[in-house]
Design a protein. Structure first.
Length: 678
């Protein structure tokens, strides 16, 4: 069961992709039923797999291997592995993918490339499921690149828009930077342990074998592999691709930026967690913290509804990475799961709003920026009640308000950062964590209020808005239900007593001398002591963020424009995304162009100068050689020929061919001889 079902789950989306890409136009409804049906089956199989795994085999891991290639004396094996981590992730990916498929039936209706869209969804789901199921870091890298290709196709789906094709290129190129580091890290591990299998790598390290005999090399390998997560999970400084990726269809944003592509980096860190040293984990923690803070400060000033959610995703991914870095393994992975539900819901809710606005603007898809600008909205609460109330639940969850799933996971993360700071002295991490909690509550309720509350920006436009069809609102209701605490723990104020913490325990370090921050027992003891403090602080800070948003945007007691003016550089920096794109454009894009111009000058001036100079010299030497040949060598040859010719002419005159003449010559010659000698 634990080998056949996972393989079936993996192959069904691939089969859907192949059928739709070749025969989609010929199928009824262009095959949307086939793609949606196959992904629904994968969800049901994943649900059965998870329930069976947790109820009957909670502590076991199942794997299946096959030999793929023999290189010298080394055999490279590929295979799948099902443990609790993979089983939970399978359910998350297939659930979100299923809901996105059904939502897309309404949202993408009448698109000219309708069947191709569902084909690409199948390819993406197959690639992501491969990352989850593999027991081998090289095969994970293969699926990792397939995710990159399929996301490129989906982000640039409306390639006729220049902004969409540019966004797809940007996402693909930026991810290659992180993936290159990941590949080097994989090669370090293979050169050291002669295997790509996770179990083989972990057992070698546990036995005391280190890359090139050095803990430093193990740290380097861990950080380099983490570079892959920096790219895929849009961590600082490679976070710039994800906001631009909003150019893809909104359901794609929900799929890529909720539980699948961007979560792959978090899953990668969780999978290799046992081999990470304390130094590697500290770097990971600070990268996550910086990412969470930078993205949250940018989200405050966005007006595009999808861009706000994009920077929110980056910030929440930073939370997860920070949690794993400080050792709050279960909390970080739990936030991945809870975030998948409410962030997918937020994106689909935004898609519902955009869909309604497009109908009013008579513009079918995300081609009209007015339909995504929250300043053009307001007053949608009464027009779109299902969308509003589900969006409110998602907003409460991401803000960390009690009775939601987001509160459980975020509270555990904050308790983990406090515990880590007491053990290590790194107090900056919890400070950033609590600051981001307040900023998240503020910008999310700012988004909610400006979109749904107050008076419409244009009464005549909003008057024609209506609720989205049920095929789009039912997925919203399902995700809203999954954003409540009861699905993860029966205790609304603590996740540690729920099934999730029992199923996903922090794995023991395999690094010799326990170089990770602290043993699980010591760490969780510190977490327990900090739980109440973290919970009270998180509730107060989140409530403060919500209250400030209500004061500024609902009650309008404080002018947002005046606040922006007083903030000065802080506001302009946030509004300009802290100039990351401009800096990267100046340094890398313009720098590359300048380098090409320098190389062009060097080629044309130096290289071509040498080549052309050599040609001139060679031509001059050949001219001299030609003159010498024509005038000296040929002159001597021609003079010899002329003398020979003249001698021949003279001799030819005495060669008459008559015997009588020759007898006269003979007689004459004898007479001359006689006279000369006698």
């Amino acid at each position: 069961m634990f080998t056949q079902i996972p393989i079936t789950i993996l192959l069904l989306p691939l089969i859907a992709f192949l059928l739709l890409i070749f025969f989609g136009k010929k199928l009824p409804r262009q095959g949307d039923w086939l793609a949606s049906g196959f992904i629904t089956i994968t969800f049901l199989l994943s649900l059965i797999l998870l329930i069976t795994k947790l109820n009957f085999y909670p502590a076991e891991s199942f794997s299946a291997n096959f030999d793929w290639a023999v290189v010298g004396s080394q055999t490279i094996s590929f295979g799948i592995m099902i443990d609790n981590l993979a089983a939970v992730m399978l359910l998350v990916v297939t659930l979100v993918s299923t809901l996105v498929h059904f939502f897309s039936i309404g949202y993408m209706n009448n698109d000219p490339r309708y069947s191709r869209y569902f084909a690409y969804l199948g390819l993406f789901s197959f690639s992501m499921l491969g990352i989850v199921l593999t027991n081998n870091i090289l095969l994970m890298y293969v699926f990792w690149e397939l995710v990159g290709i399929s996301s490129y196709l989906l982000i640039g789906f409306w390639y006729e828009k220049k902004s969409a094709s540019n966004a797809a290129n940007k996402a693909f190129i930026v991810n290659r930077i992180g993936d290159f580091g990941m590949f080097i890290g994989i090669m370090i591990l293979f050169a050291s342990f002669s295997t790509f299998a996770f179990e083989g790598i972990f057992s070698s390290i546990e036995a005391g074998q280190l890359p090139f005999g050095s803990t430093g090399w193990l740290t380097a390998a861990g950080v380099l592999i983490f570079c892959g997560a920096v790219g895929k999970s849009a961590q600082f400084p490679l976070h710039v691709w994800l906001p631009d990726a909003m150019e893809g269809p909104t359901p794609v944003s929900a799929l890529i930026h909720a539980a699948t592509m961007v979560a792959a980096g978090v899953y990668l860190v969780a999978r290799v967690f046992p081999m990470l040293t304390a130094d590697a984990l500290l770097i990971i923690a600070y990268v996550g913290a910086i990412t969470a803070l930078v993205a949250a400060t940018i989200a405050i000033t966005r007006y595009d509804i999808k861009k706000v959610l994009a920077y929110s995703t980056i910030s929440q991914l930073g939370y997860m990475i920070m949690a794993l870095g400080v050792g709050a393994y279960t909390a970080g992975f739990m936030h991945l799961v809870t975030h998948a539900a409410f962030k997918a819901g937020l994106f689909l809710g935004a898609g519902s709003v955009i869909y309604a606005m497009h109908k009013v603007l008579h513009d079918r898809h995300d081609h009209h920026t007015d339909a995504q600008d929250i300043r053009n909205m307001g007053g949608l609460k009464a027009k779109m009640p299902v969308t509003y109330w589900t969006f409110l639940i998602f907003t409460l969850a991401i803000s960390g308000i009690p009775l939601t799933s987001g509160f459980l996971s975020k509270d555990e993360i904050l308790a983990g950062t406090l515990a880590f700071s007491t053990l290590s002295g790194h107090w900056l991490l919890p400070l950033i964590g609590f600051t981001v909690a307040g900023l998240t509550a503020f910008y999310m309720f700012r988004l909610l209020i400006l979109t749904f509350h107050g008076k419409p920006a244009d009464e005549t436009r909003i008057a024609a808005v209506e609720e989205s069809p049920k095929v789009m609102t039912i997925p919203l209701m399902i995700l809203a239900a999954l954003s409540l605490f009861v699905f993860y723990s029966f205790n609304p104020f603590g996740a540690s007593g729920g099934w999730f913490f029992a199923a996903i325990e922090r794995p023991l370090s395999v690094v010799p001398e326990l170089l990770q921050p602290a043993s699980p027992a010591l760490f969780y003891e510190a977490v327990s002591s900090m739980h109440t403090t973290a919970m009270i602080l998180s509730i107060l800070i989140a409530a403060g963020g919500v209250f400030f948003a209500v004061v500024v945007y609902q009650w309008k007691k404080i002018s947002a424009d005046q606040l922006a003016e007083k903030a000065g550089f802080l506001y302009s920096g946030s509004a300009n995304k802290w100039y990351f794109d401009e800096m990267y454009n100046r340094v890398f894009v313009e720098g590359t162009l300048m380098l090409t111009k320098v190389l062009q000058w060097f080629d044309e001036t130096v290289i071509d100068g040498i080549v052309n100079g050599s040609a001139v010299i060679t031509k001059g030497l050949s001219n001299i050689s030609g003159w010498f040949d024509n005038n000296m060598v040929d002159g001597l040859v021609n003079a010899s020929a002329s003398a020979t010719e003249r001698a021949g002419s003279l001799l030819s005159k005495i060669q008459t061919g008559k015997v009588q003449t020759y007898l006269v010559y003979i007689v004459f010659s004898f007479l001359v001889i006689i006279i000369l000698f006698i």
